[in-house]
Design a protein. Sequence first.
Length: 321
Amino acid sequence: MGPLTMTNAAANEASFLKEFCVPFLLSAQNEDGGWGFYPDSESRVEPTCWALRALQNSPVHVAESHLRSAERYLLLAQLPDGSWPAAPEEKTGSWVTSLVCSVLSQERHSKSSVSGGLEWLCQDYPRDSAPWRRFFRKFHRRSRVADHDDSFRGWGWTPRTSSWVEPSAFAILALRDSPREWRPAEFSRRFELAIGVLYDRMCPQGGWNCGNPRVYGVDGEPLVLPTGWALLALHDQPGHERKSKSLAWLYNRYRSIHGPASLAVARITLEAYGVPLPEISPKLQDLFDAREFLRTTEVVSWSCLALSPKRHWFPPAECCH
């Protein structure tokens, strides 16, 4: 690929970022400072976190008022126990607590709120791996549907239920992104147990799916999004053959990705690890042109992050510039 082609490709991406992604997010922000999953929909914590992160990392200038109002929305949505609910009308915390703690972790004025959220996360142990349940299952191994190590404990979509790959990855990112002095006393043990969950749940061929790597003796098929989030969560961990195997799976899968959400997260992941993208691969802007119905806040936010060459959240390694 010659220099002119590379320049044209970069120019096209910069234009798409400036003329579509950032304007889409700014116009979709609600008066309360938050975002809904779609434009003109009720503000929710999850899409607000991703939109805020995308605008924080955008090379296109964004007025400070947009960022500050989004932060206020998130801070006001926190529950008394330190967690954040998935929906405004809910009174119990959920996995989105991880997203908020991660995105607000660089704001010094958010220390009290983030510390409370991290404390809540570290106290949220899944019941499926409680000691008494592990003891009971020792005598019923023949009836087990899924094969995994119950001694590891991550996080679930709903508090105190079961460990799942993606919410565990997001919680690890929240703990990773937070300043050391904000972390609760249980940080180290909780972090190590969750890292163990991710490696334990990896599919045999590399990569991750949403839940278990093997069910009823059948190997699970990895998926792009869980694989991307898990690899980002493991980014700062020492080298491991399972990480290398999963990176290879994601690289080999990259050319055949057809959805902008998966392509954006896969690109962020490969660039963060310093893996050059395949020369002939799909372009984010082309996938949006073909799938207008996928123009949601989260998908546009992930695309904005992927196309931001100077992003500070998992920046591209030098060899990927």
